[in-house]
Design a protein around this ligand. Structure first.
Ligand SMILES: [Zn+2]
Length: 207
């Protein structure tokens, strides 16, 4: 009986750490740290986490067109006929869309990669929403692809990779202007800086 109780408590710990360690960027050691944190946390806090995960899965949808995460598919931006579907701004994360939308200056649509190329972390083109971007361009209605990955080493590398994939397809390729300091993230930039970055974007070949 005692053994059974023991194996049951072991298994709850193991089940949680197994699940956590499947999450991107969380190894076994981090999973155990989170499990011990939750062990000491209040029941309320653990419930809030569990409910947030379930509500997220229930309510959030990934837009089949652009990969943005909202509560509808297609997302409100792709569904908006007032937006220019011929202009596609490529960003790393859904939060980048939110930051750029706050400027109110951009009237095109987006494409969310869900990350950036990071060979050292094992993130290659197959892990990102790139095939769908190539397919969108191939469909022929896209005039301009604005590469809006972060101005970091990996963001720039991702932009270069995308430019290589798309340049033979007859689409205009531009990069957000460098108002955003190198090494920083779009999500932290002010509205004014982001507005300027959109309006002063430049052709990819200008560097
Ligand atoms: Zn969309």
């Amino acid at each position: 009986m005692g053994d059974m109780a023991k194996s049951r408590s072991n298994s709850a710990f193991e089940r949680l750490t197994d699940q956590l360690s499947r999450l991107p960027g969380i190894g076994r050691r981090s999973a155990e740290r989170i499990a011990f944190y939750l062990l000491k946390a209040s029941t309320q806090e653990a419930e809030a986490l569990a409910e947030a995960v379930l509500a997220f899965k229930r309510d959030q949808k990934v837009c089949a067109i652009c990969g943005h995460v909202t509560e509808s598919d297609p997302c409100p931006i792709c569904a908006d006929e007032q937006r220019d579907a011929g202009q596609v701004l490529v960003v790393e994360q859904p939060s980048d869309v939110a930051s750029l939308e706050q400027t109110g200056v951009y009237r095109g649509v987006y494409h969310v990669l869900m990350g950036r190329l990071a060979p050292l972390e094992g993130v290659g083109p197959g892990e990102l929403n790139i095939d769908r971007l190539v397919a969108r361009v191939r469909e022929g209605r896209v005039r301009e692809v604005i590469l809006g990955t972060n101005p970091t080493l990996e963001g720039d590398g991702t932009a270069l990779y995308l430019a290589e994939q798309l340049e033979a397809m007859g689409v205009k390729l531009t990069r957000l202007a460098r108002g955003i300091p190198t090494g920083s993230l779009l999500a932290g930039a002010s509205k004014a800086v982001l507005s300027d970055a959109i309006q002063s974007r430049h052709a990819m070949e200008d560097g």
